[in-house]
Ligand binder design. Structure first.
Ligand SMILES: [Zn+2]
Length: 267
């Protein structure tokens, strides 16, 4: 599943390539993804200039002046960018063609993504309104996290994966951040101290920023692909030796998500 770093790398790359360009044609090969795809896109977008692309959580918002093209990659979606016409393949659902010949293509085998359109303030959009602060901004800090955790029995890993608490921290990065912070993922959120919340807020940001990097390791010539430049210490490593102490990493399910941690290094 694309997580925040991949979406941010995609955003930066697409904005660099496409900002200032005009949509000329939209080709819709699908009526519905997670939500219906507005047929009107094919009439609304041609002629509009893409001004910028912003990200809110894992949503990409294409600022088209009179409204916003909203894209969420869901479980299996990705965007590919071609510099010339290219025949569609299976699961290539939507093409956005620009005045310089660039073709932006939405591909999604499981169709859990979202492609939609809205006008007006993004903060008022039902899909976006309940999203918590961005983890890479000042709004997400130790005081905020401590307040959000106080009195909560829910496991800290589930708390930081709740997009109403903080935007876009997915399973991979939650596992890695908790390992780096030395905090057990199944701890009740309310038991975290101020200093633990401070460490956790910092490492969440570090893990995400390291994974975003400068985007240079992303293959940008033809496609944007799922991309994890971060050196993963625990995610996907259940049963392997802990890089910190050498003991075997445990794997449990929390909120039905794979959770890997070290009983010795994480308290
Ligand atoms: Zn360990």
């Amino acid at each position: 599943m694309p997580e925040l770093p991949e979406v941010e790398v995609t955003r930066r790359r697409l904005e660099r390539e496409l900002a200032g360009k005009r949509f000329t044609q939209i080709v819709l090969r699908v009526a519905k993804l997670r939500l219906p795809v507005p047929v009107a896109l094919a009439e609304i977008l041609p002629g509009l200039t893409l001004r910028a692309i912003i990200r809110r959580g894992k949503y990409l918002l294409f600022d088209c002046g009179s409204g916003w093209l909203l894209i969420h990659l869901g479980m299996t979606g990705y965007l590919r960018l071609f510099s010339r016409p290219t025949p569609p393949e299976k699961h290539d659902h939507i093409d956005f063609i620009f005045d310089d010949g660039h073709l932006l293509r939405f591909h999604d085998p499981r169709k859990f993504g979202i492609v939609s359109w809205f006008a007006g303030d993004p903060q008022q959009q039902p899909l976006l309104a309940g999203i918590g602060p961005e983890p890479l901004t000042e709004a997400f800090n130790s005081g905020y996290l401590f307040d959000a955790a106080r009195g909560r029995k829910v496991a800290i890993k589930q708390l930081i994966m709740n997009s109403a608490v903080v935007a876009g921290v997915g399973n991979i990065y939650a596992n890695e951040a908790l390992f780096r912070a030395g905090i057990r993922p199944d701890r009740a959120s309310g038991t975290l101290t101020v200093s633990e919340c401070s460490v956790l807020a910092t490492v969440i940001r570090d893990v995400l920023e390291e994974s975003i990097g400068d985007g240079s390791t992303c293959r940008i010539a033809e496609e944007t692909v799922t991309y994890h430049p971060l050196d993963l210490k625990v995610y996907g490593r259940g049963g392997e030796a802990c890089s910190g102490c050498g003991k075997q990493l445990d794997e449990i399910r929390l909120g039905n998500r794979s959770t890997v941690f070290c009983r010795s290094c994480q308290k």
